[in-house]
Design a protein around this ligand. Structure first.
Ligand SMILES: Cc1cc2nc3c(=O)[nH]c(=O)nc-3n(C[C@H](O)[C@H](O)[C@H](O)COP(=O)(O)OP(=O)(O)OC[C@H]3O[C@@H](n4cnc5c(N)ncnc54)[C@H](O)[C@@H]3O)c2cc1C
Length: 388
């Protein structure tokens, strides 16, 4: 078994790192101070993403993307996770379920989105439908030639700049008939409700939207009626791996900063790394990252090798759970090693510590990942995780 990265993989890793260091990192403090980035900054980054050919890594070249494998995407995500303020999200990746778009939908939505001319966002969560999306109250009632959508969506990430929303709704209010619709934001009845503030400073917002008798044609249905959860599950696999990879990148940067600080900070006449309390924290951080990375790389390689879709879902839950909890532990130690400086927003470890808290919540909380893993153990036996 050859576990070394190929030259092509190293080139991808290197390019992503260069992009982070030369482009994205320059926007971190703007994002922190202004709780977001200006339209001009976002446009400049958008052009850079296109210029560096990092757009739509997850979609085929035929559809205007870069056609990266899961493993290759993960190598990029890992580097993107180094940047604070979620500026990684400017390296746009149109929602994966859009690969099921019809040729006309590809022309109208997917291709321009892959080319940075349009932007999507994905709205599932509602006030009473979070971990349990079957409680979704947004409905799409069949009308002549299409659907009439009514409901309210929360936490719509990128909803401020996106020009269309992929809306998860129940056809005729029937939870057994979930579906996803392309909804242009400028349609009559699409209303911005409010834009709450969050713990992190994110380069985009997470607004809430109301859909008030929004009429869409039958051609706006993505995939088929009844496919809503299947499409969303595909999105979860990709999104959870992205989170896991970024957690590793964020943890690595936090460790590098803590390691450097520990070497240079003198107290009691010597570098603080000479104190075993500090050295042991650095050791634990390094081991945690090594373990997380081994897990992530192997699962991504298995997915690219054509592993069964159900096993992907089961294993990705474990990877997301471990990596998101790992980054919390690592960043917390990094803050501790930097002492008072670790609590200053101008230092990356403070921002990483704050930014990565959400990774245990979105795309399925840690509890929900455990529910998935526990269910898989019951159904398939422990071997899926331990006989690996
Ligand atoms: C910054 C941010 C951005 C987001 N972006 C998007 C987006 O773009 N699109 C979108 O659709 N959603 C988005 N979300 C929503 C996110 O996916 C949900 O917040 C998440 O799924 C949890 O749902 P909830 O907040 O309703 O919590 P709840 O489901 O109400 O959970 C509350 C608590 O109960 C626990 N819990 C619930 N059920 C169980 C169970 N069966 N067993 C054990 N514990 C349980 C949870 O783990 C949690 O601790 C975003 C959220 C945030 C914070």
């Amino acid at each position: 078994m050859d576990l070394t990265l190929s030259k092509a993989h190293q080139d991808i890793q290197h390019k992503a790192r260069e992009f982070v260091d030369q482009v994205l990192v320059n926007y971190e403090l703007e994002c922190e101070v202004n709780d977001g980035l200006s339209r001009e900054s976002l446009e400049t980054i958008n052009q850079a993403v296109m210029g560096w050919e990092l757009n739509a890594l997850n979609h085929s070249k035929e559809n205007g993307g870069q056609g990266y494998s899961i493993f290759e995407q993960m190598l990029v995500d890992e580097q993107l996770g180094r940047v604070t303020g979620a500026i990684w999200d400017t390296v746009f990746r149109p929602s994966y379920p859009m690969k099921n778009a019809t040729p006309a939908q590809k022309e109208e939505y997917l291709i321009p989105t892959c080319q940075g001319r349009r932007r999507d966002c994905y709205a599932i969560t509602e006030a009473d439908a979070g971990s349990d999306p079957t409680q979704c109250l947004t409905r799409a009632d069949r009308i002549d030639g299409g659907y009439r959508i009514n409901g309210e969506k929360w936490f719509v990430t990128v909803g401020d700049v996106a020009d269309y929303i992929l809306v998860h709704a129940h056809v005729d209010g029937d939870p057994a008939n979930p579906a996803v619709f392309f909804v242009d934001k400028n349609l009559p009845g699409v209303e911005l409700k409010r834009t709450p503030l969050y713990t992190h400073h994110f380069c985009y917002k997470h607004p809430e939207y109301i859909f008030n008798n929004v009429e869409v044609g039958a051609d706006k249905l993505l995939g088929k009626e009844g496919q809503g959860y299947e499409l969303t599950k595909d999105w979860f696999v990709e999104a959870r791996l992205g989170i896991a990879a970024r957690c590793i990148g964020g943890a690595t940067r936090a460790l590098e900063d803590a390691n450097e600080f520990a070497a240079n900070r003198i107290q009691f006449g010597q570098p603080i790394r000479n104190f075993q309390a500090i050295e042991f924290m650095l050791a634990d951080m390094a081991v945690e990252i090594m373990a997380a990375k081994s897990m992530l790389y192997r699962v991504c390689a298995e997915i690219d090798a054509g592993q069964d879709r159900k096993l992907n879902h089961a294993k990705v839950a474990a990877v997301k759970l471990y990596c998101s909890e790992m980054v919390g532990r690592v960043c917390d130690k990094a803050v501790q090693i930097l002492g008072g400086r670790g609590y200053m927003r101008e230092n990356a470890v403070e921002r990483l510590w704050r930014d990565t808290r959400v990774d245990r919540i979105w795309e399925g909380t840690s509890e929900i990942q455990r529910v998935i893993i526990g269910g898989q153990i019951k159904k398939r036996g422990l071997e899926i995780y331990t006989g690996w």
